[in-house]
Design a protein around this ligand. Structure first.
Ligand code: COI
Length: 355
């Protein structure tokens, strides 16, 4: 594996109080960088002081959005050690995004080591209050100075870190979600299964419309028939209907969430039946109507477990589980965050020690 060089920052920033963290507003003292060139491949992995990039205005990423990213966290355990959650899954997904977006793949061991080493250096930035963590954002951008629509020949891989609290202002309290019928996020054959910035840029208009109506975010429908639910954009979704958990199948337009996968594994280990399949919005609203929809929640690295307390679709509005967190969401939250923050044992071997 290539050696990661370290250049320490000469000055250190003041750290924000945990109470004001929110999500993705503050950044740490250092960042990771690595370049790609046709002859050298991925080279010069290094940690340097955090700061702006110099980019040619014609850099391909700025025009054609050849860009991908990941989201992961470092957690502080009660004993004071720092740990990551399934970082090898992020490395694997990053390479799957690379493949779709014609970006040269990374050495997955180097990816994990870069995250680990940066988190180790920034250990003091991992906040201490309940529910807080250090969000880690690896990303790759195309840097060729060229306006031709082709794969770039040069890239920059960077990792930045941000101490965070809850993604949603609601925290663990249920959010309101609106089923979007006009805009679509992704179609099969497109880039929906990758973490590319373009997926998120296209989602902002519907998100803003939903926010104006008092919802936190939108639940996307499939782009072809506009009837199957897919994901929320910042999280995958799960529903408990008549005793069984159902979640949209990974058909190519849905992000293969690592929290989604972990929740499915956890629930199956408890003996709960979990079905990954096509689910129509109509089926969900029928289940709300006839009282068989017991719980709904979202899963994501940033969102963690986020109960859904109300759903809107066209002119319909339905409250779920009295607008309260349900027992499965609560147990998932307790066990998943218990493992992530090291409050309980890790029978699955999901955590990786940073220091
Ligand atoms: C994450 O959960 O890490 C994500 O990348 C979602 C994000 C758009 C906030």
């Amino acid at each position: 594996m290539q050696e990661i060089k370290v250049e320490l920052a000469k000055t250190r920033k003041d750290k924000p109080a945990d109470a004001v963290l929110g999500f993705g507003k503050y950044f740490t003292d250092h960042m990771f960088l690595m370049n790609y060139g046709l002859e050298q491949g991925w080279h010069s992995p290094r940690i340097v002081p955090y700061g702006p990039f110099e980019l040619d205005p014609s850099s391909m990423v700025l025009h054609y959005a050849q860009e991908i990213f990941e989201g992961m966290k470092a957690y502080r355990t009660p004993g004071g050690s720092i740990q990551l959650f399934r970082p090898e899954e992020n490395a694997r997904r990053m390479n799957s995004s690379c493949e779709r977006m014609c970006i040269p793949k990374l050495d997955e061991d180097l990816f994990v080591e870069a995250v680990r080493k940066l988190a180790e250096l920034e250990a003091d930035w991992v906040p201490r209050s309940e529910g807080t963590s250090l969000y880690i954002r690896p990303f790759i951008i195309a840097t060729d100075a060229s306006l031709g629509v082709h794969a770039s020949h040069t890239y920059l891989f960077s990792i930045i870190c941000s101490p965070v609290g809850s993604y949603y202002a609601e925290g663990i309290n249920p959010v309101k979600i609106f089923v979007e019928s006009e805009d679509v996020r992704a179609v099969r054959g497109g880039t929906g299964f990758t973490k590319c910035g373009g997926n998120y840029a296209g989602s902002i208009r519907a998100g803003e419309r939903a926010e104006r109506q008092g919802y936190s975010q939108v639940l996307w429908l499939d782009g072809v028939e506009r009837k199957y639910i897919e994901e929320v954009g910042s999280m995958n979704v799960m529903f408990k209907v008549a005793g069984k958990v159902v979640t949209p199948a990974l058909t190519g337009s849905v992000l293969p969430g690592i929290t989604r996968k972990s929740c499915i594994e956890l629930m199956r280990s408890w003996g709960l039946e979990v079905e990954e399949r096509l689910i129509t919005a109509q089926e969900l609203f029928d289940a709300m109507e006839n009282g068989t929809l017991e719980e709904a929640w979202g899963t994501g690295t940033a969102a963690v477990i986020s109960p859904i307390g109300e759903m809107g679709w066209e002119d319909k509005k339905r409250v779920i589980n009295g607008g309260k967190i349900g027992p499965v969401s609560q147990r998932l939250y307790d066990e998943l965050t218990g493992i992530q923050w090291g409050r309980i044992g890790d029978p699955f071997g999901w955590t990786v020690k940073v220091k």
